[in-house]
Design a protein around this ligand. Structure first.
Ligand code: PCA
Length: 198
C-alpha cells in the first residue's frame, strides 16, 4: 500500500517552505512497511489542486496527508475542516489573489478531515511534540488544496486524507524573534507519528 504526503513550494518571500523540508526529511528516513510517495505542490490557487490530483492518480494511495507551513503556529496543527472559500491576504506565487470566492460554487460549505486526528494528537502529545487540533486551515492555498482533496475523496470510502500545518523551521525569514519554530527533524517525526496513527 502507498501513503502520499505532500508539501508546498516556498511563498511569501521565503526561500524554503517548512512543510517541504519536513516531507523531504520524512522521505529520507522512511523505513515503514508501506511505500511513501511524496509530491511538491505549487502555492498557486489554479495549479495546486490539479497537481495534487495528478499525484494521487500517479500512486493510488490508501491515505493522503497534505502538509503546509503556518508561520506563527506554535506547534503542529491537525486541521479538522476545509472550507469552500478562497480569500487571499497576499497574492499566490502566480500573482492571483482571490477575495471572497468559493472554491466550488456548487460544492458543500465544508468537508471534515478523515484522518484519525484524535489518535494522532494523543500520539504527538505522548511524544512531547507541541500539537493541537485546529478548526481553520485559513483561506489561502493550504485550505484550497485541503478542500480539493476532500472533494476528491468524498465519494471514496477506501482512501482517507487530511491536512496538517507545521510551524516555521528555524532560520526562515518570517521566524523573527518571538515567533515559534519547530526543527525539521521534529516536524518530520511528527509526520511519521501522524502516519503511524492511520
Ligand atoms: N502555507 C500556506 C500555503 C502554502 C503553505 O505552505 C497556507 O497556509 O495556506
Amino acid at each position: 500500500m502507498t501513503l502520499l504526503v505532500t508539501g508546498f513550494e516556498p511563498f511569501a518571500g521565503e526561500s524554503v517552505n517548512a512543510s517541504w523540508l519536513a516531507v523531504e526529511r520524512l522521505a529520507r528516513g522512511w523505513d515503514g512497511d508501506e511505500t511513501l510517495a511524496t509530491a511538491l505542490l505549487p502555492v498557486e490557487f489554479a495549479r495546486c489542486g490539479p497537481a495534487l490530483l495528478d499525484a494521487i492518480d500517479g500512486c493510488d494511495p490508501r491515505a493522503i496527508v497534505c502538509v503546509g507551513e503556518a508561520g506563527r503556529a506554535d506547534g503542529i496543527r491537525l486541521e479538522r475542516v476545509a472550507i469552500n472559500l478562497d480569500d487571499a491576504r497576499i497574492p499566490d506565487n502566480a500573482g492571483a489573489r482571490p477575495v471572497d470566492e468559493p472554491i466550488d460554487p456548487g460544492g458543500p460549505a465544508a468537508y471534515f478531515s478523515t484522518l484519525p486526528l484524535r489518535a494522532a494528537l494523543d500520539a504527538l502529545q505522548s511524544a512531547g511534540i507541541p500539537a493541537r487540533m485546529s478548526e481553520s486551515a485559513g483561506t489561502f492555498a493550504c485550505n484550497h488544496v485541503f478542500y480539493e482533496l476532500m472533494a476528491a475523496l468524498a465519494m471514496r470510502t477506501d482512501v482517507v486524507g487530511g491536512f496538517v500545518h507545521v510551524p516555521y523551521a528555524p532560520g526562515q525569514r518570517g521566524a523573527v524573534a518571538g515567533v515559534p519554530t519547530l526543527t525539521t527533524d521534529v516536524a518530520a517525526q511528527a509526520l511519521r507519528i501522524v502516519l503511524g496513527a492511520l
